[in-house]
Design a protein around this ligand. Sequence first.
Ligand code: NAP
Ligand code: G4F
Length: 335
Amino acid sequence: MKNNQKIALITGVNGQDGAYLAELLLKKNYIVHGVKRRSSSINTFRVDHIYQDPHEKNYKFRLHYGDITDSSSVSSIIKKTKPDEIYNLAAQSHVAVSFEVPEYTANADALGPLRILEAIKFHKLQNKTKFYQAGTSEMFGKVQQTPQTEKTPFYPKSPYAVSKVYAHWITKNYRESYNMFACNGILFNHESPRRGFEFVTRKISLAVAKIKNNLQKELRLGNLEAKRDWGHARDYIEAMWLMLQQNDPEDYVIGTGEQHSVKEFLEIAFNHVNLNYQDYVKIDKAFFRPAEVETLLADPFNAKKKLKWSPKINFENLVKEMVESDLKNVKDKVI
Ligand code: NAP
Ligand code: G4F
């Protein structure tokens, strides 16, 4: 290991964002440690292409078993790796699921970041280790002002969002109490061909590919009127990294400043393969939530000004990239 080589630790490394971030950091010559949790089926498919033999001496990428609901594993991984930067991306990240497993969601999404912050303090790494917390626009919930900025008050509408509000404030509290370099990214929805299958965008892109290939007949969805500020995950992980490269730790809203409905996503996705979504989509009450977030729209002014960050991939290209990728997945029979 060279002296100037930075060490990063990513929790949730096999998630959509974790995999893109690991690639970005490796490209920037970091040594990257990732936390994977034990599962009865293999769950490292998004990072398999960068996997390295754990016996490799000059490794650049290494995975560790751990779980952010387990303080001892969090503490021992941080002690072992002594990272310059920790990106806490691990979470039970599905809003609808959080209504079904609220206590687990709080344990992972609220107390998980607390466990990491405590471990940094316990191992006296607060002058070395910078911390990124994966915050969310869901915290704005029943929006109190449009568009939403870093100053917009939170009004969370799900166990997921309430847990993330705790995570936001505990990160800020450790920054102010212990002078830690700790930042909250308040990220609006971001998608990609690596998005989990149960989120609405990926559910649509995969359905389009299957319907086009006569492998699926209809697509059952919930609220089509919901509006989101949708960007591309590849753009958003750049913003996470930029936050930790600044002189001072701050919280930033990250989004495109453009809003689209689920219906608009459907229109572009189905039109791309010359189909009309109205012929295939059925509304199913099972996909409505006990409480819905109707509208989210970012004002990423601070990120543009201070981080010099702006999104490169627009909504239409995002939708088309996801559909194209799933058409290929279906053709190659990898899904
Ligand atoms: P994702 O694809 O669902 O990935 C979440 C990752 O966390 C997965 O690798 C998962 O592991 C891991 N994980 C879950 N529970 C864990 C636990 N108890 N211990 C250790 N690891 C655990 O989510 P994403 O879209 O990449 O999002 C990354 C982060 O940003 C999340 O915190 C999410 O809440 C937040 N966020 C996402 C968005 C968005 O639009 N994507 C917007 C705002 C904020 P498995 O692979 O084993 O399941
Ligand atoms: O794709 P979604 O499940 O994303 P949601 O709830 O906005 O949450 C995502 O973005 C957050 C950032 O704001 C993240 F913090 C969070 O981790 C996650 O990544 O749903 C988007 C919209 C909702 O209004 C939902 O009600 O689509 C609507 N929808 C309609 N039918 C559906 C469906 N959502 C899902 N998942 N499945 C449906 O069948």
